[in-house]
Design a protein around this ligand. Structure first.
Ligand SMILES: [Cu+2]
Length: 291
C-alpha cells in the first residue's frame, strides 16, 4: 500500500516533466536530430521512426536502471554503527529470470523492427521510372541516365572532384557533380565503383550504400520533395575523400526532361561504363586471366 501511494505521487512530477519537455520539442528534436526534414523520400520517415522509437525505449530502460542504481545506493547505504558485510543475496531466481528475459526481449525487438524496416527499404519495387547508374571514382562521381536520350542509349554526366576555395564557403558548390532526379518518380540507382571502395550517401535521404569493386549494389526510393541535397562519399577512399562530394537536385518532371535534353545537346549521349574501370586485378577481368 505504502509503495503504491509513493508511486502515485511520483507519477505527477514525472508526467509534468514529460509534458514540459515534449511541448518544448523542436522539429529537429522530435526527429532525433536526424538531418533533413520529414518526407524527403518515401523511406526517410521509416528510418526516423526506427531511430526515435529505439531511443525512447533505450532511454526508458536507462532511466529505470539509473534510478534503481541510485535508489539502491541510498536506501542500502552503510548506516552509523553497522559493521561487516550486509546480507548477501544470490540465487534469487525471479530476479535472474527477469534480467535475462528483459534484455532478450529488447534485443529481439530491435532486431525484428530493424529487419522489417530494412526489408521494406531494400526490396525492389520493380518498374522504375528512372534508372541511374552511379560510378564512384577517386574522387568524384559519374552519372549515367539509362534509357534516356536518342534511341534510349542513355546520357551521361561526368563529375569532377570538389574545388577548395579561400572564401567563407570552403568548397565551390558550382562545380560539384550534380545528380538530377524527378520528384514523385520511382528511382533505381545502380551503384558501381571504378577503383576502390566508396559509399554513395545522400545525407538527407538517410541512407547510404557501399560501392564495391566488381559488384553492383542497388538503391530504390521515390524522392517526395523538390530541393537540393548534399551527397558525399561515406567510405574513406584516399587522400581527397573529403572532397568527393556531389549534389542531388530533386526537380519537377519538365525540369528533369530539360536537363536530360541539355546533356543530349552537349553530345553526352551513351554511358560512361565499365571501360573506365581502372582496376586491373579484379576477378573476371582480362588482366587477371592473362597474368
Ligand atoms: Cu570515396
Amino acid at each position: 500500500m505504502r509503495s503504491n501511494r509513493r508511486l502515485r505521487w511520483a507519477t505527477i512530477p514525472i508526467a509534468a516533466t514529460m509534458v514540459v519537455v515534449l511541448a518544448g520539442c523542436t522539429q529537429a528534436q522530435l526527429r532525433g536530430f536526424m538531418p533533413g526534414e520529414p518526407g524527403v523520400t518515401n523511406h526517410t520517415d521509416r528510418v526516423t521512426g526506427l531511430w526515435v522509437t529505439s531511443w525512447i525505449v533505450l532511454l526508458v530502460v536507462g532511466i529505470l536502471t539509473w534510478g534503481l542504481i541510485i535508489w539502491a545506493a541510498i536506501a542500502y547505504r552503510r548506516r552509523k554503527g553497522q559493521t561487516g558485510l550486509p546480507v548477501q543475496l544470490r540465487y534469487n531466481l525471479p530476479i535472474e529470470i527477469f534480467y535475462t528475459i528483459v534484455p532478450l526481449i529488447l534485443v529481439l525487438g530491435f532486431f525484428a523492427f530493424t529487419a522489417r524496416d530494412q526489408d521494406a527499404i531494400e526490396s525492389d519495387p520493380g518498374d522504375p521510372d528512372v534508372t541511374i547508374e552511379v560510378y564512384g571514382k577517386r574522387w568524384a562521381w559519374d552519372f549515367n541516365y539509362l534509357n534516356e536520350g536518342p534511341g534510349g542509349d542513355g546520357v551521361f554526366s561526368p563529375g569532377i572532384q570538389a574545388e577548395e576555395t579561400d572564401g567563407p564557403e570552403t568548397i565551390n558548390y558550382d562545380t560539384l557533380p550534380v545528380l538530377y532526379l524527378p520528384v514523385d518518380q520511382k528511382v533505381q540507382i545502380d551503384i558501381h565503383t571504378r577503383d576502390v571502395l566508396h559509399s554513395f550517401f545522400v545525407v538527407d535521404f538517410l541512407y547510404k550504400k557501399d560501392m564495391v569493386p566488381g559488384k553492383t549494389n542497388y538503391m530504390y526510393f521515390t524522392p517526395l520533395k523538390t530541393g537540393t541535397y548534399i551527397g558525399k562519399c561515406a567510405e574513406l577512399c584516399g587522400e581527397y575523400h573529403s572532397l568527393m562530394l556531389f549534389q542531388v537536385k530533386v526537380v519537377e518532371q519538365d525540369e528533369y526532361d530539360d536537363y536530360i535534353q541539355s546533356l543530349v545537346d552537349a553530345g553526352q549521349t551513351g554511358t560512361l561504363g565499365e571501360d573506365y574501370i581502372v582496376n586491373q586485378n579484379q576477378p573476371g577481368t582480362e588482366a587477371s586471366e592473362t597474368d
